[in-house]
Ligand binder design. Structure first.
Ligand code: PLP
Length: 385
């Protein structure tokens, strides 16, 4: 059987905003033998990873680990805190803000949509203006992966505390790449995903609940079963999950948390900021236009337009087929219009330089000669500054 497509994919330089590269020790962790998930060793494992997640989120409460991709965590956040007919204000600055709002609507919430132009961050004053006392919750996205923009979640959470509604945060691609302090900021529910900065394969998501969120949970009537967080919290108290957990991914989480601890969360955030600066400097030096302004630019992903007359998806295909370099495409109204360079998780500076060099070569292959050496120099300087 021809398996060349598989090794080509495995060897690719993966610069997409998830799934992100997995460190060797985290990959190997998943080869451990199965253990009984209703026995003392798993209880120790679950306690250890839950403790690790506490400091990742900056919370003294126990984050709950669900076997689902990030979207499952968003669904859990909503169905555990709201009832059909509840009003929510959804702050939508891209495809993922839209998804959060759509899930709420699917479960019967009445959704007020605050639409932010794609590529910009939400304006806190505009959020304040739309809060009229009728909303039970505000939905927002920490790092909008479709545009490469970080939203002012700290200020939105403070506003929610002042005005009453719960603050539900999609931190799926943001956590550990950009600051989030769940307790200190007063975030009620935060959701993160395994395949982003946590450098684990897809399949787990993590959800925090504040005291206010648990209070809301007690009267919330949206239907829930698999994602019933009260069941998750109750079994966690016994060191278990309600359902059969993805044991191999929990092994991976255990090792990934050690990788994060070894680097140190502050150093990890600083590395992401450096990678962002390097990518932006390199792309600009190639003459490319970036979607997000510097002051709101994501440390996890950068959205960049191709040169005029060269379709983004053609350039991405060329990068994949000729140079084994994977970039992500645009989403929603930006589909086909731009490329997204992921730089989160287990990504180091050499990968950024390689990506800039390959993009320079791909542009030259399309008759757009650029100064690759200058772009590399710009990226390198930005990352050392
Ligand atoms: C900000 C954000 N929210 C939600 C999701 C959806 O997560 P998943 O694809 O893991 O369900 C993603 C995935 O890219 C994301 O980046």
């Amino acid at each position: 059987m021809d398996r060349s497509w598989l090794s080509a994919a495995e060897e690719a330089l993966l610069l997409v905003p998830g799934p992100t590269p997995v460190p060797g020790r985290v990959l190997r962790a998943q080869a451990r033998a199965m253990m009984n998930h209703r026995a003392p060793a798993f209880r120790k494992l679950l306690r250890a990873v839950t403790d690790g997640l506490q400091w990742c989120f900056g919370t003294a409460s126990d984050p709950l680990i669900l076997t689902a991709s990030g979207t499952g965590g968003l669904e859990a956040a909503l169905v555990n805190t709201l009832s059909p007919g509840d009003r929510v204000l959804a702050v939508i600055s891209g495809a993922f803000g839209q998804r959060f709002a759509d899930i709420a609507a699917a479960y019967g919430a009445v959704v007020d949509r605050l639409e932010v132009p794609w590529g910009q961050a939400a304006d806190v004053a505009a959020v304040a203006e739309r809060l009229d006392g009728s909303q039970q919750a505000v939905l927002c996205t920490l790092n909008e992966t479709s545009t490469g923009v970080v939203n002012p979640v700290q200020q939105i959470a403070a506003l929610c505390r002042e005005r009453g509604p719960l603050c539900l945060v999609d931190a799926i691609s943001g956590l550990m790449a950009t600051p989030l302090e769940v307790d200190a900021w007063g975030v009620d529910v935060a959701v993160a995903g395994s395949q982003k900065a946590f450098m684990i394969p897809p399949g787990l998501c993590f959800v925090t609940m504040s005291d206010r969120a648990w209070q809301a949970q007690r009267t919330a009537t949206m239907p829930r079963f698999y994602f019933d967080l009260a069941a998750a919290a109750k079994t966690l108290a016994k060191g278990e999950n309600p359902w059969t957990p993805a044991v191999s991914l929990v092994y991976a989480l255990f090792d990934a948390l050690e990788v994060i601890e070894d680097e140190g969360p502050a150093a990890m955030l600083a590395r992401h900021a450096r990678l962002r600066d390097g990518v932006r400097a390199g792309l600009r030096s190639l003459g490319l236009r970036l979607l997000a302004a510097d002051d709101v630019a994501s440390p996890a992903v950068t959205a960049v337009f191709p040169p005029d007359g060269l379709p983004a998806d053609e350039l991405r295909k060329h990068l994949r087929e000729r140079y084994r370099c994977e970039l992500a495409g645009g989403q929603g109204p930006l589909k086909g219009a731009l490329m997204r360079v992921g730089h989160l998780g287990y990504v180091q500076e050499p990968a950024i330089l390689q990506g800039v060099a390959l993009l320079a070569q791909a542009l030259a292959d399309h008759g757009r000669p650029v100064d690759a050496a200058a772009a590399l120099q710009a990226a390198r300087e930005a990352m050392s500054g």
